[in-house]
Design a protein around this ligand. Structure first.
Ligand code: UD1
Length: 427
């Protein structure tokens, strides 16, 4: 297994290209199951999770062709064609590594009248149930059965009628699954308290390009008028706001000056607001964001929340940055119950962080020093990289398969702006 070795202390400067968004891609790809016509997605990031998802599509009989991009380019153009589906079962072996596989349930059910998906695994950041995915599909008229670790959704003869569902908790994945089922239902469906994340807007925009009729896109009450059939489309995946935010933290912790080419500021307003309060200079333009840090970092209090609140996927990276702030910061995690797994590792690097339930108290400024650390989940892994860039000496980050799931060519991008980082084989 590879590891990353980082020698901290270099000030980052230059331009990092922002990739297509992993979390958007993972909900755009299963839209291919909704149509017999080809779906071409541009700007797909090259990531282990995306490869896994493409492989899952082939399991259903979808043809997948990757077009004319040179290996040195970022992003990919991939055409999916689900003219005939040969299976409606997502097996354990493929699903266990990728929680997002549950996102095939809604579209497969809508197209085939039934879908069977192994219960998902994925990041160990809490219990992460799928009850809301299932309840929304039930509200649309599906019957749900669970047996031997699999969940099976069955539509009545003649297809899903559609219906109304009010989410008791905002869920990104459950909103996505419900949307992808509702677009092919026989009637109109309404979703209340739906997630409003930019990735949901990206999904709605693709579905509309495929011929779906959706009202109130970007709002929490969505109205979906079911269509008899959807057409193919060519669509560009949105920029990755979490990747961009992560590199913004990396630039800031080194006192750097970095342009995030392709980042969309309006998708990451809460992160940028937090960073400005920390004392980072942020300039936005239509093609990207410039991040400049000079002078002392200020402590802040932050609370994660569904969009437009501060993304839980930015909490770990901001915590690393706040280790260098001059004073005490308080971070509250409201979305997942087990999302402070980076804390013991940051402490091993010299950070002073106390946790009480879902609150972390960060006392800065810490003199971070290099250490051998272990990545535990995707964003926690990134927080260790960020801390390592500002630490004195060498840090070795192990278990980097988490990073390969979510950051396209991480070390290349950091090398572009002057980081001393290399991937080496484990001994
Ligand atoms: C997605 C993102 C993930 C991000 C999260 C929150 C993808 C592939 N992943 O995950 O990176 O951290 O949104 O922004 O897009 N919940 C239930 N029952 C359910 C579903 C969720 O109780 O059926 C709860 C969860 O335990 C959690 C909260 O709802 O407390 C939000 O989770 P959700 O928005 O569903 O996260 P994911 O879609 O899994």
């Amino acid at each position: 297994m590879d590891k990353l070795v980082i020698r901290g202390g270099n000030r980052l400067s230059g331009t990092i290209p922002v990739s297509g968004a992993k979390n958007a891609a993972l909900t755009l790809i299963p839209c291919t199951l909704l149509t017999e016509e080809p779906l071409t997605l541009r700007n797909l990031p090259r990531l282990a999770d995306i490869d896994g998802f493409q492989h899952l599509m082939t399991q259903f009989g979808v043809s997948v062709s990757i077009q004319g991009k040179r290996p040195e380019d970022f992003g990919r153009v991939v055409t999916f064609e689900a003219s005939r589906l040969t299976s409606s079962v997502a097996p354990y072996d493929l699903v266990r590594k990728m929680r997002a596989s549950i996102l095939v349930l809604g579209p497969m059910l809508a197209r085939m009248g039934e879908a069977t998906v192994s219960m998902p695994g994925g990041c160990a950041i809490g219990n992460r149930p799928i009850d809301l995915h299932l309840k929304a599909l039930e509200a649309f008229g599906a019957t749900i059965e669970m047996a031997q670790g699999y969940v099976k959704a069955i539509a009545p003869d003649g297809g899903l009628p559609g219906g109304d569902f009010d989410f008791p908790v905002v869920s990104v994945g459950a909103t996505e699954n419900a949307l992808m089922a509702a677009v092919l239902a026989n009637g109109t469906s309404r979703l209340f308290n739906a997630a409003r994340e930019p990735e949901i807007v990206d999904l709605c925009n693709l579905l509309v390009a495929m011929g779906a009729e959706i009202e109130n896109i970007g709002q929490s009450d969505l109205v979906i008028h079911g269509a008899k059939r959807l057409n193919g489309a060519t669509y560009k995946v949105m920029p990755d706001r979490i990747e961009a935010g992560s590199y913004a933290c990396a630039a800031a912790i080194t006192g750097g000056d970095v342009r995030l080419e392709g980042a969309k500021a309006s998708d990451m307003a809460s992160t940028l607001h937090a960073m400005r309060n920390i004392g980072i200079e942020i300039d936005e333009d239509p093609k990207g964001i410039n991040v400049r840090a000079s002078g002392a970092l200020k402590p802040v209090n932050l609370t994660t929340a569904p969009f437009p609140g501060l993304a839980t996927d930015m909490q770990a990276q901001l915590m690393s940055l706040l280790c260098k702030a001059e004073g005490t910061s308080v971070l509250k995690e409201t979305i997942f119950e087990n999302r402070f797994m980076h804390v013991p590792e940051l402490s091993r690097m010299g950070a002073t962080i106390e946790t009480e339930g879902r609150t972390a108290i960060v006392k800065g400024p810490a003199d971070l020093t290099g250490a051998e650390v272990m990545a535990t989940d995707l964003r926690a892994s990134m927080s260790l990289i960020i801390a390592a860039l500002a630490a004195e000496g060498e840090t070795t980050v192990r278990r980097i398969y988490h990073l390969d799931r979510g950051y396209e060519r991480l070390e290349e991008k950091l090398q572009l702006v002057g980081a001393d980082i290399e991937r080496v084989g484990d001994d």
